[in-house]
Design a protein around this ligand. Structure first.
Ligand code: SAM
Ligand code: SF4
Length: 326
């Protein structure tokens, strides 16, 4: 039986981000420039374990899932997992966030599975700077090929770009992809998580000002898009929409609908705090499904009112975005 899960601040929790791996083939400067100490394989939850937790999530009214990482497409069996999740009774949407490197190879299968959306991270269109930011060589064309393929297959495709100071000049070129393509470009403020703390960024407000120099008629789109906190803008000269996430400058916590499941099975109610309920450990202890259900409720009840990105001394989460599942 599905029920609506409300947290202590009367927010309905309907969305879960699942990190299926902490591993990644990229070394983005603001995420894991030097790699990280990978979690041992045995500690990473099996797909069956994740699906068991998802079933409970659905019972609690969480019906929208985003599969992320690390890089989800580097984990063997990712597509089989997506298929099972998509077929699970009660699940409404399954989307994926990827760096796009392996996307062209799997796009057809994603379409066949019926994936509800593909978010591709792309911060820069210049090949050399792409290599420098992502720490790998020659990836830009592969990522663009993946994006093109997804669009051609009719998959709902979005680009996610982090608002980095060093790629400020890329805001208009990236947004211009929405001129001739049915694709949304979503800009997100850099969050003080992991290396993001040391990375100079641009605010969403500054980005909007810059965007308005090119598209002065940009106005807030009437239709809500996606499960997230982005505010979308439209212009008569753009086919796609431009999203802005004021993650730091203008918190959207009062409307937060999400929880996060790490690759080790910790259900985290908020990105800012280390607190979480270790569902993976409960599952492996054999305590049974009721113990899992109770733990799930606890995580949601303990969801804090707001993040603390503007009071960094209160932040207790010190892991990087790739470990938490950004
Ligand atoms: N590897 C996949 C990817 O890059 O899309 C999925 C995981 S990655 C951690 C998810 C998203 O988080 C990416 O769009 C990435 O750019 C973003 N990200 C990483 N660190 C961030 C930070 N400190 N602030 C804001 N976004 C960040
Ligand atoms: Fe990998 Fe995504 Fe982090 Fe880049 S942002 S290093 S692609 S997990």
């Amino acid at each position: 039986m599905t029920m609506k899960m409300m947290d202590s601040y009367n927010r309905k929790i309907t969305y879960m981000r699942i990190s299926i791996t902490d591993r990644c083939n990229f070394r983005c400067q603001y995420c894991m420039p030097n790699g990280i100490k990978w979690v041992e394989h045995e500690k990473i939850m099996s797909y069956e374990e994740i699906l068991t937790i998802c079933k409970i999530a659905v019972e609690k009214g969480i019906v929208n899932f985003k599969v992320t990482g690390g890089e989800p497409l580097v984990r063997a069996g990712c597509l089989g997992f997506l298929r099972k999740l998509k077929q699970m009774e009660g699940v409404q949407t399954v989307t994926i966030t990827t760096n796009g490197y392996y996307l062209a190879e799997v796009a057809e299968e994603l379409a066949e599975i019926g994936i509800d959306g593909v978010n591709v991270s792309l911060d820069v269109l210049d090949a050399e700077r792409f290599d420098q930011i992502t720490g790998i060589k020659g990836g830009k064309d592969r990522v663009l090929e993946g994006i093109r393929k997804c669009m051609a297959l009719g998959l709902k495709t979005k680009i996610n770009a982090v608002l980095l100071k060093e790629t400020e000049d890329q805001i208009i070129p990236l947004a211009s992809l929405a001129k001739d393509n049915k694709i949304d470009i979503k800009f997100i403020e850099i969050m003080p998580v992991g290396y993001g703390r040391k990375t100079p960024g641009v605010s969403a407000k500054e980005a909007l000002e810059r965007l308005r120099t090119e598209w002065p008629d940009l106005k807030v789109a009437t239709k809500v898009r996606g499960n997230g906190p982005a505010i979308y803008y439209e212009s008569r000269d753009l086919i796609g929409k431009i999203g802005l996430i004021h993650a730091v400058s203008n918190p959207f916590c009062e409307d937060c609908n999400r929880v996060r499941l790490t690759s080790q099975g910790v259900l985290k109610p908020c990105l800012c705090y280390e607190a979480g309920v270790n569902l993976g450990a409960i599952l492996r202890s054999g305590e049974g499904v009721d113990a899992l259900r109770e733990a799930f409720d606890r995580a949601i009840t303990e969801k804090p009112e707001a993040h603390c990105f503007s009071h960094l001394e209160k932040m207790t989460e010190h892991k990087g975005m790739s470990e938490i599942g950004g």
